[in-house]
Design a binder for this molecule. Structure first.
Ligand SMILES: Nc1ncnc2c1ncn2[C@@H]1O[C@H](COP(=O)(O)OP(=O)(O)O)[C@@H](O)[C@H]1O
Ligand SMILES: N[C@@H](CCC(=O)OP(=O)(O)O)C(=O)O
Length: 274
């Protein structure tokens, strides 16, 4: 069955997690970055407005310094993210240039949600970039915003940032690329009999029970933060598809309405059904 709403989508936010950008050996997944640049440039040429929210700065920083373990020290993590962000953007710029696609960078902090002026500034900048045919590449400004990195008040991650950006620009669809095919009724990396959800229409406590934490040694958000992202989208009747970042070319099939991954959308009761 075709996902009819998605066929109407024009403004797409794509969020890619660390596990799709950093290989298990800690090296950068160059082929995934190249494929992402190709697919996003291609759909941009076809008239879609595209925004990329990328994780991977800390992972890339570890790679640059030849470190294996993510340090516990917050300042060290901030330094790693600052080093890795440069590496990541250098690769993105090179790869997108191969497809004649211009990109830009925005590093956001929580103030785009907490302060209306900052939110307005970010929204204006993003709309101006999209109108110029640019693909904005966004990450959290990890060197400044440290809430998400192992603090007691840890609540941030790029899953939620993807949802916040989608809300900011009134995106038609958020495509969340992870290292798993979708949301399951339990962690499929632990339970062989886990079953995938094709559609989710409401984020319930029961569903939250099924979602666990990060799966890769570089990830931060886990499924819990993906459900939190969906809740932010549901506030504005926005939609999300969660799928595997190992099959980046499937983005084209997703926007063509094919049933890939887990589709998060609210079923709006029609008057006659109410
Ligand atoms: N119910 C679930 N369904 C799917 N994945 C789950 C579930 N519970 C926990 N996970 C874990 O969440 C991981 C994906 O989140 P994460 O590690 O943060 O990756 P990323 O942020 O790079 O997408 C999966 O690899 C899996 O191990
Ligand atoms: N800003 C951090 C994001 C960390 C994060 O949310 O990672 P992930 O759970 O892999 O999306 C980084 O770039 O490493």
């Amino acid at each position: 069955m075709t996902r009819k709403n998605i066929l109407k989508a024009q403004r797409i936010v794509v969020k890619i997690g660390t596990s799709s950008l950093i290989l298990p050996n800690g090296k950068i997944n160059l082929s995934n970055i190249d494929e992402l640049a190709f697919v996003l440039s291609d759909i941009n040429n076809k008239g879609y407005e595209v925004i990329l929210v990328t994780s991977g700065a800390i992972g890339a920083g570890l790679n640059v310094l030849g470190m294996n373990e993510r340090p516990k020290d917050i300042a060290q993590q901030q330094a790693l993210a600052s080093i890795g962000q440069v590496e990541l953007m250098s690769l993105y710029t090179q790869m997108f240039r191969r497809y004649s696609q211009k990109v830009s960078q925005l590093l956001l902090t929580r103030d785009v949600t907490d302060f209306p002026l900052s939110s307005n500034n970010a929204e204006n900048a993003l709309n101006a970039l999209l109108s110029l045919g640019i693909i904005p590449i966004i990450n959290e400004n990890d060197a400044i915003a440290v809430d998400e990195m192992d603090h007691q008040t840890k609540f941030g991650d790029n899953d939620k940032l993807g949802a916040i950006v989608s809300k900011l620009v009134d995106a038609d669809l958020l495509i969340m690329l992870s290292d798993i095919d979708g949301l399951y009724n339990k962690n499929p990396n632990i339970y062989d009999d886990a079953k995938i959800f094709k559609e989710i229409h409401d984020i319930t406590d029961e569903l939250r029970q099924m979602a666990g934490g990060a799966g890769s040694r570089f990830g931060t958000g886990g499924m819990t933060s993906k459900l939190a992202a969906a809740e932010i989208l549901f506030e504005n009747q926005q939609e999300m598809v969660l799928t595997n970042g190992k099959r980046i070319r499937e983005i084209k099939d997703i926007i063509a309405g094919q049933e890939i991954g887990t589709y998060f959308y609210q079923k709006i009761e029609k008057e006659e059904d109410a």
